[in-house]
Design a protein around this ligand. Structure first.
Ligand code: SF4
Length: 313
């Protein structure tokens, strides 16, 4: 199966550039592998605002309702410079499917950045976002935004992968100047992914397509696009996945013998008890789809949401 390459903005230090404060880079196995299947472009906000490499440490502190970015050794406040850079850089970012930013950084951190009560970093305040990352969330909150640390969690990783590959597919479809048939096909192929993420939005998206009027394709496409991104905002629960898996297995009920059906339900129980991963069941459903040559199910992205090499087994 072919996958469109997601366009991903990456912290430069995670993608081979020696731009960290100590002149080094970060090597993360999964990010390195993932980026082979993407179209990445790098950003280093600290180098971009002229802090240089190597550089003295900067930190975030909270002062009268504002997060400030400060370099204690030089007493330089670079808050404004960073905000200016973030605004101008992100204004020129479009047609993008997600971000992978460096964990805990005062500029790039997406959630675990240490925030202090004072500009010298002596008193801890809380954990939060780096200043550049905060602006990424402001502008692109509807897209997947993660750091390399959080992507080690299997569920977060899968949620991220499903979204970036779905959004890349949708973006490429739009770029190809689609007709209503292309949008209908996209919807059909993503039916079970959408059902897993958000049944209500699946129905709403279906209604948008059903109400399509000749000559008003742009409106239909825009309405569909807006709703599609919001449909993926929340990671689905195990229960939602089980519902989809059972639904798909229903396609084979006339062709399977009693032992095969029992085995399938046993696997569902094992998954429910966290004894096996969902990929085991998906593999079985894929095999049945091949065995019974079910082309509809074989086209379902739920059974093949992203390149196999990225699957956690
Ligand atoms: S974390 Fe961000 S600002 Fe720091 S070196 Fe990496 S890319 Fe540059």
């Amino acid at each position: 199966m072919q996958f469109f390459k997601p366009v991903i903005c990456v912290s430069a230090c995670l993608n081979g550039e020696n731009v960290r404060y100590n002149g080094q880079t970060i090597s993360d196995d999964f990010v390195r592998l993932l980026l082979k299947f993407c179209r990445p472009f790098n950003v280093c906000p600290e180098v971009s605002i002229g802090l240089g490499v190597p550089r003295d440490r900067i930190l975030v502190y909270y002062d009268t309702n504002q997060f400030r970015l400060f370099q204690p050794t030089t007493k330089k406040d670079v808050t404004h410079l960073m905000q200016q850079f973030a605004t101008s850089f992100l204004t020129n970012v479009y047609d993008i499917d997600g971000f992978i930013l460096k964990a805990k950084s005062p500029s790039c951190g997406v959630s675990g950045t240490k925030i202090y009560r004072d500009s010298m970093g002596s008193v801890f305040h809380s954990k939060g976002k780096g200043l550049f990352a905060a602006e990424v969330f402001n502008r692109f909150g509807y897209l997947p935004i993660e750091d390399e640390g959080r992507l080690r969690d299997e569920d977060i990783r899968e949620h991220f992968l499903i979204r970036i590959f779905t959004f890349a597919h949708f973006r490429e479809m739009i770029a190809s100047k689609p007709a209503i048939q292309d949008l209908l096909q996209f919807h059909q192929e993503h039916k079970y992914i959408l059902m897993t993420y958000n049944q209500r939005k699946l129905s709403q998206l279906g209604r948008i397509l059903a109400n399509y009027k000749k000559g008003a394709f742009e409106t239909t496409l825009n309405d569909y696009k807006t709703l599609l991104y919001t449909a993926f905002s929340k990671k689905p629960s195990q229960k939602q996945h089980i519902n989809t898996l059972l639904h798909i297995s229903g396609y084979f009920s006339d062709n399977l013998n009693t032992n095969e059906k029992k085995h399938f339900l046993h696997l569902i129980d094992q998954y429910r008890e966290n004894k096996i991963r969902r990929t085991v069941i998906i593999e079985l459903l894929r095999n049945w789809a091949l065995r019974f040559n079910d082309t509809y199910l074989l086209s379902q992205k739920y059974l093949n949401p992203y390149p196999e090499e990225l699957t956690v087994r």
